[in-house]
Write a protein that binds this ligand. Structure first.
Ligand SMILES: *Cc1c(COP(=O)(O)O)cnc(C)c1O
Length: 436
């Protein structure tokens, strides 16, 4: 068969604008996205030169997922091998080795006794499943009034309905829907700073709020240590212990959303590891498949699983069509192999040192309010909303792909990013801060 003729970038963009929704975009589209033709290692190859570059160093890991970079031989091989066996089969009444292996692997890696695994299609769905597990748990135990969630402000848990209800209610992406979404309980945002000492007044605020609403709370859900898309804020792991203790004292479940933080990003395999806290339910996604395919997982403890399974409706009534997709599960397994077969802690430390070094000079740029680094996450916060177009153009001018938002220019590079490329990313973050 003849190859379909490939479109030139101009035609492609015209059709893109006319037909294709982009994240958080209008229709028809207003900003032209860059056309990416291929990607390998830490480099995205553009279809046409942009500001003299045909390759951009990726500072985003494709929304924090491509931790091993692009076109990785081991992940490619896993995908190809599975493709030749089967891409997908339904998971109702059937099972397969990639899913079973992955679930066992996740159960082994996860903290404590999080040993039951629901494999689903995306991070948002894994949060939906987590919420359903918690609400159903209390319903099964004869306490149906416990159906609200508590979180702290400044969070992000996804774009579907339950996750939206626990995203930051002001200034977040979903404030349009207040009054329509389920009404959840919000604590103040956690005091800033990974190394900041525990603020007792804030800890009391958490305890008091959980105690006061205990009768109606099914669960507390938070992002541990790093609040990602809600504002790239870091907080002390000590608050996770406060939450764990208050949840135990008041019969409330604890859900940790590790979708952004899981698989080493913060310097621990899971961010809960900074506090030694074991949640009742944990969500992972994003980096799970090394950025290859869409898959997430909700893990829970035997207590939660038994509670649900002893109820009036003794099943978890959830089953996405593409649940436990074999192709994604096989690649996820390979991605975990690649991660664990290297000294990933050392790689994260190396990147952390490079980011600290390279972003330090951003402090002197006019308009920069804060510079913070944790693990393989580097953030420059301005004191005003960013001119996205100017900031992105400045980064691309340095040969780097960044995607700033609100007042934030940040990077979460792939773990394979070499020192020179980290320095280049830092230079681009500084350029974006200057122009944005
Ligand atoms: C990205 C993200 C989600 C949503 O995941 P999707 O795969 O985009 O649905 C949920 N929680 C956190 C913390 C995230 O970073």
């Amino acid at each position: 068969m003849p190859e379909p003729e490939s479109m030139d970038a101009h035609d492609l963009l015209a059709l893109d604008r006319q037909h294709v929704w982009h994240p958080y975009g209008p229709m028809p589209g207003t900003d032209d996205p860059l056309v990416i033709e291929s990607a390998a290692g830490v480099r995205l190859r553009t279809a046409e030169p942009v500001q003299g570059h045909t390759e951009l160093v990726d500072g985003m890991s494709s929304w924090w997922s491509a931790i091993h970079g692009y076109n990785h031989p081991v992940l490619n091989e896993a995908a190809r091998g599975q493709l030749d066996r089967m891409s997908h089969v339904m998971f109702g009444g059937l099972t397969h080795e990639p899913a079973v292996r992955l679930a066992k692997r996740l159960a082994d890696l996860a903290p404590g006794d999080l040993e039951h695994v629901f494999l689903c299609d995306s991070g948002s769905v894994s949060v939906e499943v987590a919420a359903k597990m918690c609400l159903q748990y209390w319903r099964s135990l004869g306490r149906p009034a416990k159906q609200r969630l508590l979180t702290w402000r400044g969070g992000y848990h996804g774009d579907t309905w339950q996750p939206m209800s626990v995203c930051d209610p002001d200034g977040g992406m979903h404030d349009l829907w207040s009054g329509v979404l389920p009404r959840q309980v919000f604590a103040d945002e956690p005091p800033a700073g990974f190394d900041a000492p525990l603020d007792e007044a804030y800890a009391d605020h958490l305890r008091e709020l959980i105690g006061r609403h205990a009768e109606e709370l099914a669960a507390v859900i938070v992002e541990p240590v790093v609040q990602g898309a809600g504002g790239m804020r870091f907080h002390s792991p000590a608050y996770l212990k406060v939450l764990r203790e208050a949840c135990d004292a008041h019969d409330v479940l604890l859900v940790l959303d590790e979708i952004a933080t899981g698989f080493g990003r913060t310097g621990e395999l899971f961010a809960a590891g900074h506090a030694g806290v074991v949640p009742d339910v944990m969500c992972v996604g994003k980096a799970l498949t090394g950025g290859y395919l869409t898959m997430a997982a909700t893990l829970c403890t035997p207590r939660v699983a038994d509670g649900i399974s002893r109820g009036e409706v003794p099943v978890l009534a959830h089953g996405p069509t593409f649940m436990a997709n074999p192709l994604a599960a096989a690649v996820a397994g390979a991605s975990l192999d690649v991660l664990l077969q290297q000294d990933w802690r050392q790689e994260i430390k190396r990147i952390e040192a490079g980011l600290r070094d390279g972003l330090e000079r951003a402090r002197t740029i006019p308009g920069v309010r804060d510079v913070r680094v944790l693990g393989a996450i580097g953030v420059v916060q301005l004191d005003h909303p960013i001119d996205m177009t100017a900031a992105t153009r400045a980064a691309v001018g340095e040969g780097v792909w960044l995607r700033p938002f609100r007042d934030l220019i940040y990077t979460m590079p792939p773990y394979i990013t070499g020192d020179e490329d980290i320095a280049r990313i830092c230079a681009a973050v500084c350029a974006a801060a200057r122009e944005g």
